[in-house]
Design a protein around this ligand. Structure first.
Ligand code: C2E
Ligand code: MG
Ligand code: MG
Ligand code: MG
Length: 275
């Protein structure tokens, strides 16, 4: 009975690997045509300094993909594929350009906003990443302070030296650098201490745990205090409940992003539908 069970599991594992492989291949093939077919678009999730909806401090640019055959595919699924097949630079530049156009439209209507753009490590490793950003800022007549770059801990740990150089370059140009999903990656506190980072984003897995888990509550408080002692601001992501908001606020959290306040918004639609 035992060996039958194992065999069954092995077969199931094989099958699911095959299905995954087929899906990745299909995604990969459609991915390369996604931009020319206008299947990609960017949505923007507001970030707030308080529960009061007037206090928007910026937006995070989040990529969306809608394919006729495959339906809508989340970035958690297609970004890793785009990285693996070296298509992330093309997508990244699309997000940069779209974000700048969005900031420019707002500027023209008298509203100075800032947008955070997620950068994959492969983008950061490109020689002309920073100069591309600067060129676009000039083209759209914006200020560097209106564009923030989000990087993840994974980016840092694997390519620490070159990443630090790039971040130094970004900061020297006046860009704000945000560390995304903080607390879930593998980077050490030593590395954090060596990085030129202005904002820590606490990962949503912490935010979702603080109501029920005292250890996670203690860790979250510690991360907020740590950030402040290092002269960094804190953004909590994935805030979904009033209780989470109140607890974070009591802990001294600076900024909030999450469905409680707003889902990512599609500004290309007149009604600003959430996505
Ligand atoms: P991230 O940068 O940590 O983005 C936050 C994710 O959490 C987004 O998911 C956002 O929609 C979601 N989120 C925000 N508030 C809530 C909430 O209250 N509840 C829940 N359940 N979710 C919330 P999304 O848009 O699916 O993006 C997932 C990840 O994909 C991003 O995580 C980021 O790592 C990556 N990604 C998205 N767009 C880009 C991009 O343009 N470039 C790169 N390199 N990566 C991107
Ligand atoms: Mg992000
Ligand atoms: Mg995040
Ligand atoms: Mg995340």
């Amino acid at each position: 009975a035992v060996s039958k069970g194992i065999l069954h599991e092995v077969r199931w594992y094989d099958e699911s690997l095959k299905v995954n492989k087929e899906r990745s291949l299909a995604l990969e093939q459609h991915l390369f045509k996604s931009l020319e077919r206008n299947e990609m678009y960017v949505v923007y999730q507001p970030q707030y300094s308080s529960i009061s909806k007037e206090d928007i401090i910026g937006y995070e640019a989040l990529l969306r993909w809608n394919n006729d055959e495959l339906g809508s595919i989340g970035p958690d699924e297609f970004i890793p594929i785009a990285e693996a097949v070296d298509y992330i630079n093309v997508l990244g530049r699309f997000v940069i350009e779209e974000s700048m156009k969005f900031i420019k439209r707002r500027k023209d209507s008298g509203d100075m906003i800032s947008v955070s753009i997620n950068a994959s490590y492969k983008e950061l490793l490109q020689n002309d990443y920073v100069s591309y950003l600067r060129e676009k800022i000039e083209t759209y007549d914006l200020s560097v302070t209106q564009v923030h770059i989000e990087i993840t801990e994974t980016t840092i740990s694997e390519y620490i030296d070159i990443v630090r150089e790039k971040l130094d370059e970004l900061v020297a140009c006046g860009f704000e650098v945000h560390m995304d999903d903080f607390g879930t990656g593998y980077s050490s506190l030593y590395q954090l201490g060596k990085m030129p980072i202005q904002v820590l984003k606490i990962d949503k897995s912490f935010v979702w745990a603080i109501e029920t888990d005292e250890k996670m509550e203690a860790l979250t408080k510690l991360i907020i205090d740590l950030a402040h002692r290092m002269n960094m601001w804190i953004i909590a992501e994935g805030v979904e409940t009033m209780k989470q908001y109140e607890m974070l606020s009591d802990m001294g959290c600076d900024y909030y992003q999450g469905y409680l306040l707003s889902k990512p918004l599609d500004f290309s639609k007149e009604t600003n539908q959430s996505t």
